[in-house]
Design a protein around this ligand. Sequence first.
Ligand SMILES: Cc1ncc(C[n+]2csc(CCOP(=O)(O)OP(=O)(O)O)c2C)c(N)n1
Ligand code: SF4
Ligand SMILES: [Mg+2]
Length: 306
Amino acid sequence: MPSATRETPRPAAAAENRKPLTKKELAADHPTWCPGCGDFSVLAVFFKLIEKARLHHEKIVSISGIGCSSRFPYFVQAHGVHFLHGRALPFATGVSLARPDLHVFAFSGDGDAFSIGGNHFSHTARRNIKMTLVVMDNWVYGLTKKQTSPTSPLGFKSKTDTWGAFDHPINPLKQAIAAGATFVARTTHTNPGHALQMMEAALHHDGFSYIECLSECVEFYQGAFDASNPRKGGVFNLVPSDHDATNEIAAYKLADAPFPGHFGIFYKVNRPTKNAKEAEISRAMRAKHKGLADWEILQKSFDRMK
Ligand SMILES: Cc1ncc(C[n+]2csc(CCOP(=O)(O)OP(=O)(O)O)c2C)c(N)n1
Ligand code: SF4
Ligand SMILES: [Mg+2]
């Protein structure tokens, strides 16, 4: 395969004569999250990212499912879709494949991404669709007022497990690596500088970039992440500097560390995206049927199927 086919078609660079957007220009509706919710911090980091990367409204799309975290697109002045519960990723896949001129971001909660949307997570990762998924993980269903989520730790008392959760929780990082994600990172809302670094790295990754972002639900799981927050007596350990992020087994082992674990990029490899592969097929078909309109090429395919 010639090297030109390996790169995902990219959004055009920002026009030089346009100023970066300010937080004020990027903010849409006033967020309806509870005071103190970790999601505020993730939104602020996202605004910073857009400003720093000099992206503009019409080049950004944020897509979400359902949940407190999934209200995200309402608060961003850009293209946005608040889609069906658990279905942000298939929608985002379509947008990413059809509109290579856009930067596609999906925002999800732990329930949205790993319960009802669990299958889509695996398939989007293995297909290496060009987009960034940020899961704002609070270890609980927040919007529906405290049910056990797939990431709730053993013993967590909720409305669905009044006696304490006893189903083994999933490890999102291990799940992402095993599913075939090509960029896997972990950060937390209590360290916005670090969260911004992870988002910048994800933005520039050519493929499916997944960020697990701890985001505390102060209403239904207060203190969940204190052990990872130095301001609350916890420890914030970066991924060791000698970690080889291209080594899948090493990444998996690192992801297996008990909470609070590590923060940073666990895994990052290059593999052609589905976007690039599909673009290559399109190019080849157009070259083969020179002069024909797209609909005529499509008609020929239908005729062959008869
Ligand atoms: C098909 C469907 N099933 C269930 C629900 C109810 N529901 C809404 S949000 C949600 C879970 C949200 O949890 P999470 O994704 O962790 O987001 P958070 O609110 O914690 O940010 C559920 C079960 C729904 N809206 N649609
Ligand atoms: S219920 Fe929890 S997750 Fe939802 S807005 Fe309030 S603090 Fe945030
Ligand atoms: Mg949640």
